[in-house]
Design a protein around this ligand. Structure first.
Ligand code: TZD
Length: 531
């Protein structure tokens, strides 16, 4: 029995996927992929995405929220090309993806046929951790097994494998049988001796500050970070350009999200003698705002599981280690500072919910008041990011996802992947009327598989973030930043999703309330003033 189920390359690859907990394949197939999909096993789901960027975004959301690898099935060079924008986010967010693409048959490639992926290994570089095309059919199971282990090892990331389609029905090599049960584990906890310099620096610091990056949330050690902040009486900032929320935003130590410019960031950290950065880059800037990297008289210490991030940091000492393990040790060893921990949270003036015209702050206040506390948020209404961080409480680990390289088209599919990974948590995606178009066909996948995500299109009739940047740059009359004449209700209904247009606070509040109880995919178009 056992032997029969491992007879072909294809059967052994499905068995390897089962060994890694993979039972969902996100993809958009072509003729090169059909051999892999024929007699599709009953214990797997094929999630059809109508564009490859959607397949990658959805696999990324699924992988980040489930902790399992995301497996993607693309079509040759054209499918890979369409996926590249989305891959730029995945490589930056350290999403553990195995991205496969069908290659033409080995027996045909010599003649440069249609659908040959020439230089397949080079194509997705540098947006993957590794890229490979097996040299024989018998190597395919090993290539997939290696890709899965590599994608899941720190620092995690996407791995690409190109597979000729006549490989799938070939017999396997006998030693492929071992691959489905192989385990690769990673520890990376420093010894107490190795941590002593950091412990001593923290004990000596008179005014320490914590800056948290996405690894804290990925390792689900947000509450340990809160405990450490409490013990140190330290404010907690989220590292700039945050793709995740590593700290409960309703906690009294939460100071906010750091600005993404050198001078403005250093100004926020002014007065702190020790800056401890946990699990993120130092720093991911966006605005060109030259200045000193750190305030005067302060020392920076970075703890990260990513050797590249440690090496790249332009300032401060770094330790490459598992951030969760380091937090465990620090919280056990650090003694509480005397007195009560002060509050660093800024108070918020909430918007009155009445018949007045909606604005983005009202949208976030209403959502915050109605949504259950464990709701997961995604934001791609790019001019509203700071407002969301101020107004929406995010308490549990895994409460927020944002495109890690800023590539639009991430939030709609990622929301679907997040919901598939954990159907018990409500998922709300705020999408700009500009961003919506990069992955609009996500709506079809939401309808087809009945994935109950709430999409809120914040419609300000244009590229609001670019208008803000043009003001900063003092550039006038920029073409190409106004969008008019899109009917999101018709688009949404055309893809099979119920949709409602609202423009006042009370209308939005009612529509959102209904959406939360409906447990069905829904789109709310919230029209706000043109920016
Ligand atoms: N293309 C891609 C794939 N990613 C990008 N980040 C951009 C273009 C450039 N871009 C931004 O960085 S923000 C933005 C663009 C076009 C405007 C998005 O407009 P929106 O949201 O309507 O979605 P706001 O709130 O009006 O900014």
């Amino acid at each position: 029995m056992e032997k029969q189920s491992y007879k072909t390359v294809k059967e052994s690859v499905y068995q390897i996927l089962r060994g890694h907990g993979v039972n969902k394949i996100f993809g958009n197939p072509g003729s090169n992929e059909l051999n892999f999909l024929k007699e599709f096993p009953e214990d797997f789901d094929y999630i059809l995405c109508l564009h490859e960027g959607v397949a990658i975004g959805m696999a990324e959301g699924y992988a980040q929220a489930s902790g399992l690898p995301g497996f993607v099935n693309l079509h040759a060079a054209a499918g890979t090309g369409n996926a590249m924008g989305a891959l730029s986010n995945s490589v930056n967010s350290h999403a553990p993806l195995v991205v496969t693409a069908g290659q033409q048959a080995r027996t045909m490639v010599y003649s440069d046929p249609l659908l040959k992926n020439s230089s397949a290994v080079m194509l997705p570089m540098p947006l993957v951790k590794d890229s490979y095309e097996p040299l024989s059919a018998q190597e395919v199971p090993h290539a997939i097994s290696r890709a899965l282990h590599l994608a899941m090892s720190p620092a995690k990331g996407p791995v690409y494998v190109s597979i000729p389609y006549d490989d799938w029905d070939q017999p396997i090599a006998h030693d492929a049988l071992h691959l489905a049960t192989r385990k690769v584990v990673h520890f990376g906890a420093p010894s107490l001796d190795e941590l002593r310099p950091l412990l001593a620096a923290l004990a000596k610091a008179s005014n320490p500050v914590l800056v948290l990056g996405p690894e804290v949330d990925a390792l689900r050690c947000n509450r340990k970070a809160a405990l450490l902040a409490d013990k140190l009486h330290a404010p907690v900032w989220i590292a700039p350009s945050a793709p995740r929320c590593p700290f409960p935003t309703n906690h009294h130590c939460f100071a906010g999200i750091l600005p993404a410019g050198e001078a403005s960031l250093a100004e926020k950290l002014h007065g702190h003698d020790l800056i401890l950065v946990l699990g993120g880059p130092v720093f991911r800037y966006h605005q060109n705002d030259p200045g000193t990297l750190l305030p005067e008289n302060s020392q920076l210490f970075l703890v990260t599981g990513d050797a590249q991030e440690a090496a790249r940091a332009p300032v401060g000492d770094a330790m490459i280690a598992n951030v969760d393990a380091v937090l465990t040790c620090l919280t056990e060893r650090i003694t509480d500072r005397a007195g009560d921990c002060p509050s660093f949270r800024k108070p918020i003036q909430r918007v009155e919910v009445d018949h007045s015209q909606l604005e983005s702050s009202a949208i976030f206040d209403i959502v915050d008041a109605i949504a259950p506390r464990n709701t997961v948020y995604l934001n791609e209404a790019t001019s509203t990011i700071a407002t969301l961080w101020e107004r929406v409480g995010m308490e549990e680990p895994g409460s927020y996802y944002f495109a890690a390289a800023g590539g639009l088209g991430f939030a709609m599919p990622a929301a679907l992947g997040v919901k598939l990974a954990d159907p018990t948590r409500p998922v709300v995606a705020f999408i700009g009327d500009g961003s919506a178009h990069y992955s609009i066909s996500s709506l079809w996948t939401a309808a087809r598989y009945q994935i109950p995500v709430i999409f809120i299109i914040i419609n300000n009739s244009g590229y609001g973030a670019l208008k803000w940047f043009s003001q900063q740059f003092k550039i006038q009359n920029v073409p190409g930043i106004e969008i008019d004449g899109v009917d999101f209700i018709q688009l949404s209904e055309g893809y099979g999703i119920a949709a409602h247009r609202v423009s006042t606070c009370t209308e939005f509040s009612q529509a959102f309330d209904n959406a939360i109880v409906s447990n069905a995919p829904v789109l709310i178009e919230a029209t706000i003033e043109r920016v």
